[in-house]
Design a protein around this ligand. Structure first.
Ligand SMILES: *[C@@H]1O[C@H](CO)[C@@H](O)[C@H](O)[C@H]1NC(C)=O
Ligand SMILES: *[C@@H]1O[C@H](CO)[C@@H](O)[C@H](O)[C@H]1NC(C)=O
Ligand SMILES: *[C@@H]1O[C@H](CO)[C@@H](O)[C@H](O)[C@H]1NC(C)=O
Ligand SMILES: *[C@@H]1O[C@H](CO)[C@@H](O)[C@H](O)[C@H]1NC(C)=O
Ligand SMILES: *[C@@H]1O[C@H](CO)[C@@H](O)[C@H](O)[C@H]1NC(C)=O
Ligand SMILES: *[C@@H]1O[C@H](CO)[C@@H](O)[C@H](O)[C@H]1NC(C)=O
Ligand SMILES: *[C@@H]1O[C@H](CO)[C@@H](O)[C@H](O)[C@H]1NC(C)=O
Ligand SMILES: *[C@@H]1O[C@H](CO)[C@@H](O)[C@H](O)[C@H]1NC(C)=O
Ligand SMILES: *[C@@H]1O[C@H](CO)[C@@H](O)[C@H](O)[C@H]1NC(C)=O
Ligand SMILES: *[C@@H]1O[C@H](CO)[C@@H](O)[C@H](O)[C@H]1NC(C)=O
Ligand SMILES: *[C@@H]1O[C@H](CO)[C@@H](O)[C@H](O)[C@H]1NC(C)=O
Ligand SMILES: *[C@@H]1O[C@H](CO)[C@@H](O)[C@H](O)[C@H]1NC(C)=O
Length: 695
């Protein structure tokens, strides 16, 4: 008997023995696979729910699927354990699942590097390891000859890309490497991955793009955003005639946009924002019948905005903000009938909003801040016909015009309104009465005078009110303390989408990041006005409020004890008023309070101790004649509000005061950096020129 025959016999013996075992124990899963799965689970730190006391028929285990086609023993063909809170490492034994076609371990807490053997699984078709903590390089010698789908996004893999990828994996259709630390050139070998449809490389450090990419005729999704690509964008992109989505934003591309959009007849989404593109809009782009979403914001593009709306009939979202476009807003734009989100803010435009904009019936979001617009009165008269308008941002225009008084203006669907930094004169706009669903109102930095109307409580959903830096007089109306959205925790305040990824947050490469208006903290800012009278005790009902700023007014009376009811308050600024009496002890209960000031009032008595109060600096209390305790002088048994500020300074010495002030500045700086004062990632850019887009 030859040794080959002997071998064969042995194998047959082992095999029949094995099948005997299988039958005798009524096993249905292949022994190799059982061993591999047990090896896999023993390397994990966590138990897999449903594996610990299972039978040895692994085909019935959670996430395991077997192939029924072979009679003798069933082979594991798919292991899908996404979102199972798995932690620990993956060891070699997993590669023992020789027939495995689908491996999905996404959204777990797995870490460490991947075993090389995993990259030699001949039958593997789908590999999804996304959203874990894997590290290390992808082995250079990978050989996944059946692979179609690879998603290893949201890990910490690094290194350059596999040079042999397509030689050994010719059928790959979907490749997602986004949100890792890959760097260098995108592998030229990709040019041979002729089946590739989705290539997602966003959120890495790739620097250059090989020519080969432009030969991928099946490519429909190409996401290259948030990398380090530079130089001009190649004309070759026009070869990708099946492209549907192209995102090259947040790189350092320069030069003009190639005029190749005529060839990209399926292109629906194009984003090239936050690059350094110059020049005018390519003719083929403004005549594209396929584009639905176009985002070119934060470049230095110029020329007029000359969309051919008789062709661009599908265009829904257009963001050209923060560029150097000039000329008037073209009235032909009103023929882009599908337009629902339009952002032209921060450009060198001029003139008025075209009369024909009243035809934009799909318009939901309109942002025209800092565009040198004039005639607020006609602007509002026209836009009131846009029946679906929910977000209207007109800040930094209409300098020194009059706030329209026409009470017949109707904005029934408006949720967000900002007409700030316009130096408008006049009084509070009474036409706002009809805006029943208003959530966000910013009229700051105007010269509005007169009183704040009594009927604020009609805004059931209002959670952000900024009337600061105007000349409002009179008392704070009770209605402002009766805003249901700030009182009733049950009211859903899901704000509308701003529609534009002003600050891109999503890095998974598959979706666009939208900023919700709700990312602003619930705020009431009445600072820098001439308001007088008391602070109403009913402020204490505003449980949801995070920021209350009454700084720089003429408010008098005492600080109501009930303010302790604002349990979510983070910032309370009552400084520079005429408040008298003591600081109520109850305020110590505001456990989220991080910034507090009652400086420059007429308060006296002992500064409450405990809670957050131990962290507030001297500057929070300075400018009051009669405060004592804590960082002031100790209170007398019968506290006598007689010590003058000069004396206090002497008692503690200038070094102490210096330290305290520095501490406060540091705190404020940290507050700023950590987003306490300016919410992190919030789209202040459009609303507030203190943090403007570069333009
Ligand atoms: C594991 O055993 C427990 C008790 O013995 C039982 O309640 C549970 O259903 C078993 N789980 C599985 C997946 O068999
Ligand atoms: C295998 O067969 C079982 C029962 O006959 C069935 O429930 C299961 O879906 C089959 N699996 C596959 C992959 O066909
Ligand atoms: C992997 O599993 C997750 C669920 O945890 C699922 O969302 C995802 O689509 C799966 N991946 C693939 C490629 O099917
Ligand atoms: C693509 O494949 C061909 C043929 O196998 C080979 O000659 C060529 O070098 C490959 N191109 C790249 C960029 O790897
Ligand atoms: C860009 O990608 C890096 C990872 O390379 C990530 O840390 C960062 O948050 C991303 N930035 C944006 C705006 O997506
Ligand atoms: C574009 O396609 C043409 C013909 O299909 C080819 O000759 C040319 O080299 C391609 N350009 C690039 C940059 O790949
Ligand atoms: C604008 O683009 C530059 C790079 O060109 C980037 O550094 C900056 O963060 C971007 N600004 C915004 C607001 O996206
Ligand atoms: C706009 O498109 C129409 C229809 O294709 C065309 O006739 C017209 O010349 C275009 N206008 C401009 C300015 O390109
Ligand atoms: C306006 O909005 C409503 C509700 O969201 C929608 O049903 C309607 O189609 C929109 N109108 C237009 C012209 O888009
Ligand atoms: C504003 O526009 C209206 C309508 O176009 C016009 O009648 C009015 O004179 C304009 N006002 C100013 C100050 O330009
Ligand atoms: C109001 O104006 C003052 C002085 O001009 C300025 O310091 C402050 O930042 C402004 N506040 C707001 C909220 O704009
Ligand atoms: C608010 O919700 C609670 C329970 O979630 C419920 O008991 C209460 O009645 C609700 N209040 C209102 C005003 O709907």
């Amino acid at each position: 008997m030859s040794s080959a025959n002997l071998c064969l016999l042995l194998i047959l013996l082992v095999f029949s023995f094995h099948s005997w075992i299988l039958r005798s124990q009524e096993l249905t899963c292949n022994l190799n696979d059982l061993i591999a799965l047990n090896g896999f689970s023993s390397c994990l730190e966590s138990d897999i729910v449903g594996w610990s006391n299972s039978t040895s028929d692994c085909c019935t285990w959670t996430g395991v699927t077997c192939d029924n086609s072979t009679a003798l023993s069933q082979r594991v063909v798919s292991l899908e354990l996404g979102s199972n809170k798995l932690s620990g490492k993956i060891c070699d034994s997993l590669a023992g699942l020789h027939q495995l076609r689908i491996l999905n371990l996404s959204h777990n807490l797995l870490r460490g590097s991947l075993p090389t053997k995993l990259f030699h699984m001949q039958n593997l078709e789908v590999l999804d390891l996304s959203d874990n903590d894997f590290v290390g390089r992808i082995p250079a010698e990978s050989h996944l000859s059946s692979i179609r789908y690879v998603d290893i996004s949201k890990n910490s893999f690094f290194g350059p890309m596999d040079k042999n990828l397509c030689k050994t994996s010719p059928h790959i259709q979907y490749l997602d490497l986004s949100s890792n630390n890959f760097f260098g050139e995108v592998s030229p070998a990709l040019g041979n991955c002729t089946s590739l449809q989705n290539l997602i490389l966003a959120g890495n450090n790739f620097r250059s793009l090989p020519k080969g990419i432009f030969q991928l005729q099946h490519l429909s999704v190409l996401h290259l955003h948030n990398n380090s690509f530079s130089g001009p964008l190649s004309d070759g992109i026009g070869n990708l005639s099946n492209l549907v989505e192209l995102d090259i934003s947040s790189n350092s591309f320069t030069g003009v946009l190639p005029d190749v959009f005529g060839k990209l007849q399926k292109l629906e989404q194009f984003s090239a924002s936050s690059n350094k593109f110059t020049g005018i809009l390519p003719i083929s782009m403004v005549n594209s019948p396929s584009l639905i979403k176009l985002d070119l914001h934060n470049n230095t593009l110029n020329g007029p905005i000359n969309l051919n709306c008789s062709v661009m009939t599908r265009l829904m979202s257009l963001h050209l903000g923060s560029n150097n476009f000039h000329g008037p807003i073209p009235h032909s734009m009103s023929s882009c009938k599908s337009l629902s989100m339009l952002h032209l803010g921060h450009n060198n435009l001029r003139g008025q909003v075209p009369y024909r904009f009243k035809n934009l019936q799909s318009l939901k979001v309109l942002i025209l801040s800092r565009t040198n617009l004039v005639n607020l009165s006609s602007t509002l008269k026209i836009l009131q016909y846009c029946n679906n308008l929910t977000v209207l941002i007109l800040s930094e225009n209409f300098q020194e015009e009059q706030m329209p008084t026409d009470v017949n203006l109707q904005f029934r669907t408006l949720q967000v309104l900002s007409i700030a930094y316009c130096e408008l004169r006049g009084s509070f706009p009474l036409w706002l009465r009809g805006c029943n669903v208003l959530q966000f109102l910013d009229l700051s930095r105007n010269h509005l005078s007169g009183s704040i109307p009594l009927w604020f409580n009609r805004f059931k959903y209002l959670f952000y009110v900024d009337l600061s830096n105007n000349s409002f007089t009179g008392e704070i109306p009770k209605g402002l303390t009766e805003l249901e959205g700030l009182i009733d925790m049950n009211i859903s305040l899901e704000g509308p989408s701003l529609g534009f990824p002003l600050f891109r947050t999503a890095t998974d490469g598959a979706t666009f990041g939208y900023n919700k208006i709700w990312s602003f903290p619930p705020t009431m800012d009445l600072s820098y006005n001439i308001l007088s009278g008391p602070i109403l005790p009913t402020f204490g009902n505003l449980r949801r409020l995070h920021v209350l700023n009454l700084n720089q007014n003429h408010l008098s009376g005492s600080i109501p004890e009930s303010l302790s009811g604002m349990t979510n308050l983070e910032i309370l600024d009552l400084s520079h008023n005429k408040l008298s009496g003591e600081i109520p002890n109850s305020i110590v209960q505001l456990s989220f309070l991080s910034k507090f000031s009652v400086a420059y009032n007429e308060l006296y008595g002992e500064i409450p101790a405990g809670g957050q109060f131990m962290t507030f600096p001297y500057s929070s209390f300075e400018g009051n004649n009669g405060l004592c305790g804590r960082i002031y002088t100790p209170c007398q048994p019968e506290h006598a509000p007689t010590i003058s500020r000069g004396e206090q300074m002497i008692i503690f010495g200038s070094q102490f005061a210096y330290g305290v002030v520095t501490g406060f500045l540091l705190t404020v700086t940290i507050c700023f950096m950590s987003g306490w004062i300016v919410p992190r990632g919030a789209p202040f850019g459009v609303l507030n020129p203190r943090q403007t887009d570069t333009s």
